[in-house]
Design a binder for this molecule. Structure first.
Ligand code: CA2
Length: 150
């Protein structure tokens, strides 16, 4: 059966492409979804691409992924830096998670340097813009294929 990968996006990422292109790039979230769909078809996986401005809804989707998906690509946006609830959700589902940030959070304000998700992710990609999502999809698919062989 085709593997499903959840691509979850946190608060304000629906504004991508409309504001702050100097930090987050000019690609809209719909554009990023299109890039992910194209990569997913190349890799032979299917994706569920979602965005929410609400922490609880993101928790619900992580739990749903635990029942339906093989892994998660997660840009929790500002909740990366604040949310114990999202860390607990990721820990509870025990799925491989690749954390993605469009910007290089380590080059920015110090409050962005810590992520609650990084310690429970298999890897983190930041600073590569929209391409980071495509790289994350390839990395997660490779991780799943390697895990299936072991
Ligand atoms: O670089 C990233 O992907 C971030 O996760 C984006 C978050 C930020 O809080 C993280 O520190 C790093 C912010 C997303 C807000 O997106 C906007 C897009 C356009 C205009 C304004 C905000």
């Amino acid at each position: 059966m085709t593997q499903v990968i959840y691509v979850l996006n946190g608060p304000n990422l629906n504004l991508l492409g409309q504001r702050e292109p100097g930090i987050y790039g000019a690609t809209s979230l719909e554009g990023i979804e299109a890039m992910c769909l194209s990569k997913a078809s190349e890799l032979g996986v299917s994706i569920e691409f979602l965005q929410s401005n609400h922490e609880g809804e993101l928790v619900d989707w992580v739990q749903e992924a635990g029942r339906r998906a093989a892994g998660i690509i997660f840009n929790p946006a500002a909740y990366s830096h604040t949310s114990v609830a999202l860390q607990d959700a990721v820990r509870a589902v025990a799925l491989p998670v690749v954390e993605v940030h469009l910007s290089n959070i380590h080059k920015r304000e110090s409050f962005r340097h810590h992520s609650f998700i990084s310690p429970v992710a298999i890897g983190v990609i930041c600073g590569l813009g929209a391409f980071g999502y495509v790289a994350a999809l390839e990395a997660l698919s490779n991780h799943l294929n390697e895990a299936a062989k072991a």
